[in-house]
Design a protein around this ligand. Structure first.
Ligand SMILES: [Zn+2]
Ligand SMILES: [Zn+2]
Length: 188
């Protein structure tokens, strides 16, 4: 089953109705359940997303972010760009992880259709099916495993770019001719 409130929030965040976003919510929720953890409010969890640019099912990633609370804004998700509808969710407290991947048979049926182009007559029953289908039918869910993972370090140290004046954090600073500048300015 799916949490209707999450689904609503997910569709608002995502922008359109499609089957892959709710699949992402189901996948994210399945991962939380397997790890026996709650949605991340801070950085208790970290997500290694495997979707990638320019494939029809990337919408999946927005569902995973909605369900797990691993978001690009909080910096507790990175995308490995493997172009797979799969991800690993890590409990940062004990470094236990689970990998969830969409069942290949499930992907097969959707081949060749952009999710946003599916007509509502087809789309609504599809979404209903995704809401009700058992986890095992939709996903391959791994056993829990140990993972040696260090998240990218955050910093509070910041500078003004000596070219454009915009502020940048220390890990984005480039040094050019002795000046501290931002990455776009360093490419000019
Ligand atoms: Zn979508
Ligand atoms: Zn600059």
């Amino acid at each position: 089953m799916i949490d209707e409130k999450l689904l609503e929030v997910g569709f608002i965040f995502h922008g359109h109705k499609c089957p892959a976003m709710p699949l992402g919510i189901r996948a994210g929720s399945a991962a939380l359940k397997k790890l026996e953890v709650e949605r991340a409010s801070n950085k208790e969890l970290f997500c290694l997303m495997e979707t990638g640019p320019a494939h029809a099912m990337m919408c999946f990633g927005d569902g995973v972010q909605t369900a797990t609370g691993c978001t690009f804004g909080k910096g507790n998700i990175i995308n490995k760009n493997y172009t797979k509808n799969a991800f690993t969710l890590i409990n940062m407290k004990n470094k236990k992880a689970v990998r969830v991947a969409l069942q290949p048979e499930f992907q097969e049926r959707k081949k060749g259709i952009e999710p946003k182009d599916v007509s509502p007559e087809l789309l609504n029953p599809m979404i209903e099916n995704i809401k009700k289908a058992p986890d095992e039918m939709l996903f391959n869910i791994s056993e829990i495993f140990d993972i040696d993972f260090q998240p990218p370090k955050g910093t509070f140290e910041w500078y003004n770019c000596e070219e454009c004046g915009e502020f940048i954090f220390a890990n984005g600073v480039k040094i050019k001719q002795g000046k501290k500048i931002c990455i776009p300015c360093s490419k000019k």
